[in-house]
Design a protein around this ligand. Structure first.
Ligand code: ZN
Ligand code: FE
Length: 257
């Protein structure tokens, strides 16, 4: 039985640790110390490190973990991450060492130029998407265009609805506040706010979410919905010709809010 844990790091990062009781793999270990503590507490051996993109809050802990465990590092082929054991890109398959857990790789550029996602298909489908898709939000466009980011998000939105979304940050409540400004009449969004606020009140992560929840409430996946289009056009003060223009407008709106 494989379990997936949220190991908090820095202000609001989550490092996802997969473990079977003996071995573990860490996704986006920006800091080695909390991962090492987690492994020590449970007597786990680190068998693999996975990285979605090159930002320090996702890979900063890799050298220290490699020094301690000699674990192989799997990460994006085109994102400037050094020291990879194996460089991955769209269509690649990875059998996570020691864990009997298969992942498929998607290229999802936009936040960074070479950002990748890891997808697990099976009885408990899972998506590890770094800083591209967030719960009720999406990453900033540091190295990509709105067209690239909306194509990447569309790829993730097309995954089965039951897919659990393991993203890199706890931004959910702030994202929901913004989503409600875009879609005040979305009842699923109001229900989600109540649900996620309760989790935070108990000190729990809001993650993972699911692709179905994101499709219903995440404005960045809803750029073809008439209500989202209308809100974006009202904010822009002009007609927006396609879903990419709608996406670009609400991304800018979020940046300034
Ligand atoms: Zn990032
Ligand atoms: Fe990040």
């Amino acid at each position: 039985m494989l379990r997936i844990h949220a190991v908090p790091a820095f202000q609001d990062n989550y490092i996802w640790v997969l473990e079977d009781g003996t071995h573990a793999a860490a996704v986006d270990p920006g800091d080695a110390a909390p991962v090492q503590r987690f492994l020590d507490e449970r007597g786990l051996a680190l068998a693999a490190i996975l990285a979605t993109h090159h930002h320090a809050d996702h890979i900063g802990g890799v050298p220290a973990l490699v020094a301690r465990w000699r674990s192989p590092v799997f990460g994006p082929a085109h994102d400037g991450v050094e020291g990879l054991t194996r460089a991955l890109a769209e269509g690649d398959r990875l059998e996570v060492p020691a864990l009997e857990y298969e992942l498929r790789v998607l290229d999802i550029p936009g936040h960074t130029a070479g950002h990748i996602a890891f997808v697990h298909q099976g009885s408990e489908p899972a998506l590890f998407c770094g800083d591209t898709l967030f719960a009720c939000g999406c990453g900033r466009l540091f190295e990509g265009t709105p067209a690239q980011m909306s194509a990447s998000l569309a790829k993730l939105a097309a995954l089965p609805g039951a897919t659990r979304v393991y993203c890199g940050h706890e931004y959910t409540l702030a994202n929901i506040r913004f989503a409600e400004a875009v879609e005040p009449a979305n009842l699923e969004l109001a229900a989600r706010r109540a649900r996620e606020s309760a989790k935070r009140g108990r000190g729990e992560p809001t993650l993972p979410s699911t692709i179905a929840e994101e499709r219903a409430t995440n404005p960045f996946l809803r750029c073809s919905d008439p209500r989202v289009v209308a809100a974006a056009e009202r904010h822009a003060g002009r007609k927006l010709e396609d879903p990419v223009a709608v996406f670009a407008e609400i991304r800018e709106w979020k940046n300034r809010s």
